[in-house]
Write a protein that binds this ligand. Structure first.
Ligand code: PLP
Length: 417
């Protein structure tokens, strides 16, 4: 199975997830050679190892920097605490990293093809905007975004319902889990797939996961050769964490991970009890992480060979309430003058948990996954100040919404497609 085929089809025919056949481990001196390299160079070097079979060097050296054309600042808050800001792309959320790369991979693979490709995405907020923006105007592609009506923020909705062109936004009367189910049912409908060439761009797509490995390695290298880096990852579908674990397996100098969640605690409960019990999602202030049945859990299982003890040695987990989140936003502002969105605040809270199993003196790097202006309704009351809205976000809010509405049934979605 080629990477190309995994990217173009999204999900395997049996409903399973694609994983890399091997994660070739690079030796320490290979990584040391990248210590002072800029982000894009680290990304291209890793892409060459991972995808070199299917691309020539020049293709990756053009495609990757075109996709990842925004900075990833690392902000030091104190001796052992840094924020890795992944939200400086066009939609002000970290999903731009995966979505922009996937869009370019697909159009690269599609170049010779005639029939347009439909990218079907279920979103609880940020995925929809990142994918819609990433594919907007890309030839021979059409994006259909499914989202739970009334359950995404104003700013998120504005970003994927105001584009038009090859982007169709579909409000589903139901929850995010309904949207994810509808997408799965569409992919499983053979008759529909005869008619429409469907692919996915959710975090189940390997083409989104691979580029997320790059910033883990870059940030870990920046922390210096002595640092025992522990990443705190605000987790919902667990694609981001799976990418981090893949970077570690490739040999990037990472000591451990914290999986920090909101009240949707399916994976933390698994780590604690050994029972994997998906539940309906619960709505929280960090809504891009409102996932009760995380679709990347299978990949984590695969990465640790199904061994929970091995997973626990590398990943600790903790769970945070809406009140915890508001307190953390206030605390970051008061202590460090740092303004964080609710998801980033959960990552910060992850760094405060008791000692990590992997190391006693960690350098904590928490992933800042969205710009605080995207969640101003939560952030502003917590810090008692206004959060300035970046220009492109303000423009999206002012544009008219273009939305199709359906009930949560396969028939209605199939008709629409
Ligand atoms: C999607 C998202 C997350 C969670 O990432 P997963 O890969 O689904 O675990 C965290 N923060 C923000 C802002 C997101 O959009």
């Amino acid at each position: 199975m080629a990477f190309r085929q995994a990217v173009v089809s999204g999900m395997a025919p049996d409903g399973g997830l694609y994983v890399p056949a091997t994660l070739e481990r690079r030796p320490a001196d290979w990584w040391d050679g990248l210590r002072h390299a800029p982000f894009q160079d680290v990304a291209v070097a890793m892409a060459q190892v991972l995808l070199g079979d299917e691309f020539d060097e020049g293709e990756l050296a053009a495609l990757i920097p075109d996709a990842l054309n925004f900075p990833i600042p690392i902000v030091r808050l104190d001796d052992a605490l840094q924020a890795v800001e992944l939200f400086h792309g066009p939609t002000f959320a970290f999903k731009d990293v995966g979505a922009r790369t996937l869009a370019r991979l697909l159009s690269h693979f599609e170049a010779a093809d005639e029939q347009p490709l439909t990218i079907l995405v279920a979103t609880s907020g940020d995925t929809g905007s990142a994918v819609a923006q990433a594919f907007w105007g890309v030839p021979r592609t059409r994006v259909v975004v499914l989202y739970p009506e009334g359950q995404v923020s104003q700013v998120q909705e504005a970003q994927f319902t105001t584009l038009g062109g090859n982007i169709t936004a579909v409000a589903v009367r139901g929850t995010f889990d309904d949207c994810q189910r509808l997408a799965k049912e569409a992919f499983a409908d053979a008759a529909l797939r005869q008619r429409v060439r469907l692919t996915s761009a959710n975090s189940i797509s390997l083409g989104r996961l691979v580029p997320q490995m790059f910033y883990y390695a870059y940030a870990a290298l920046q922390a210096g050769p002595e640092a025992r880096v522990v990443f705190s990852v605000p987790s919902g579908n667990f694609g981001n964490l799976a990418a981090g674990v893949m970077a570690w397996r490739m040999g990037a100098p990472i000591s451990g991970f914290v999986a920090a969640t909101n009240l949707n605690d399916t994976v933390p409960r698994y780590l604690e009890t050994g029972h994997y019990e998906p539940r309906p999602s619960v709505a929280t202030v960090a809504n891009a992480m409102d996932v009760g049945a995380p679709s990347n859990f299978e990949r984590l299982q695969w990465l640790f060979g199904g061994d929970r003890a091995a997973m626990r040695a590398m990943i600790s987990a903790n769970v945070h309430t809406n009140d915890d989140v508001r307190r953390a936003i206030a605390e970051l502002h008061r202590r460090y003058g740092y303004v964080a969105d609710p998801h980033t605040a959960i990552a910060y809270l992850g760094t405060q948990a008791p000692q990590h199993p992997s190391t006693s003196a960690p350098q904590h790097l928490f992933l800042a996954t969205a710009h605080p202006a995207k969640f101003a309704e939560v952030v502003e009351p917590a810090i008692g100040e206004a959060v300035p809205i970046p220009g492109p976000l303000a423009e999206a809010l002012a544009r008219p919404r273009l939305v199709e509405r359906i009930g949560p049934t396969h028939r209605e979605l199939a008709n629409l497609l």
